[in-house]
Design a protein around this ligand. Structure first.
Ligand SMILES: [Cu+2]
Length: 286
């Protein structure tokens, strides 16, 4: 069982092991979707892009609806397992980031995720393990056919963006039901907690190809943990809705990660119901 922790709780060795696994997946593991043309890390970028836009876009969409949490849960767990395989270390677990940018809670340090981008270089990240000049982190998939090969961030440039505070988070956790409606937990947490963080980091994180920035996985691990917290806080509320009668989105619907005729990123498949318990998937939160 993998245990996901706040990145602040990782010691130096554990942080380094996580970064090395990301770099191995980015450089040393061949793609399943397009062998020889990209690496396995890039497959996760492509899957997420296809969930939102482009010629290989698939349905049902896992954003702006109830599928958001189950779908991203599987994407993250498959990424975590791929990291483990890449470095032959089954103890690698995704850390999470709780959107606090102060002190040791800030993951954007040169010994971890690297910092903000340089505005004079189009927002390119210039320090840390994912900086373009390291030669170890090339972007290969963009929303359009081409783009900057360097990872980009532009913290706070988007005037409509923010980092949610602890009280924003507790307000989100108080919402019921899971779905539907504008004040449901899913709608509020995706729209008011999740979206502004993508926009605040900006650069690659503002795009459909947002998994290009490794912070995507720390951001979404925290959201995944929020769903767990929400379930604990509302034990008599259905953990997921719709429960039935909505093909493609109800509990017995199979999650989709590729369009018909496009290669599948992995052999397994999951129904929404099979994502409800993280320990069934092999991980938990501290
Ligand atoms: Cu997403």
């Amino acid at each position: 069982m993998n245990i996901r922790r706040h990145h602040r709780e990782l010691n130096t060795l554990e942080k380094t092991a996580f970064i090395q696994a990301v770099l191995a997946l980015k450089n040393d593991v061949d793609s399943v979707l397009h062998p020889g043309a990209q690496k396995r890390y890039d497959d996760f970028v492509e899957i997420h892009k296809n969930a939102m836009t482009g010629a290989a876009m698939f349905a049902p969409m896992p954003h702006g609806n109830s599928l958001f949490y189950p779908w991203h849960r599987i994407l993250l767990r498959q990424f975590e397992l791929a990291l483990q395989v890449a470095v032959n270390d089954s103890s690698i677990a995704l850390p999470y980031w709780d959107w606090d940018y102060s002190g040791t809670n800030n993951p954007f340090t040169s010994d971890f995720l690297g910092g903000d981008g340089d505005r004079s270089q189009g927002g390119r990240v210039t320090n840390g393990p994912f900086a373009f000049d390291t030669g170890r982190f090339s972007i290969r998939i963009w929303d359009e056919d081409n783009g900057d090969a360097g990872l980009r961030r532009e913290f706070g440039e988007d005037a409509t963006s923010w980092l949610p505070t602890a009280s924003d988070i507790s307000a989100g956790l108080a919402k019921t039901p899971y779905w539907p409606g504008p004040s449901s937990f899913e709608r509020v947490s995706e729209g008011v907690l999740h979206n502004p963080v993508h926009r605040w980091i900006s650069g690659n994180m503002a795009d459909a190809t947002s998994p290009n920035d490794p912070v995507f996985f720390l951001h979404h691990a925290f959201l995944d943990r929020l769903w767990e917290q929400w379930k604990q806080q509302h034990p008599t509320t259905a953990p997921y809705m719709p429960t039935n009668g909505v093909p493609g989105r109800d509990l017995d619907s199979t999650l989709v990660f590729n369009a018909p005729g496009e290669p599948s990123p992995w052999a397994q498949s999951w129904t929404v119901r099979q994502t409800l318990d993280t320990s069934d998937l092999g991980y938990t939160y501290e």
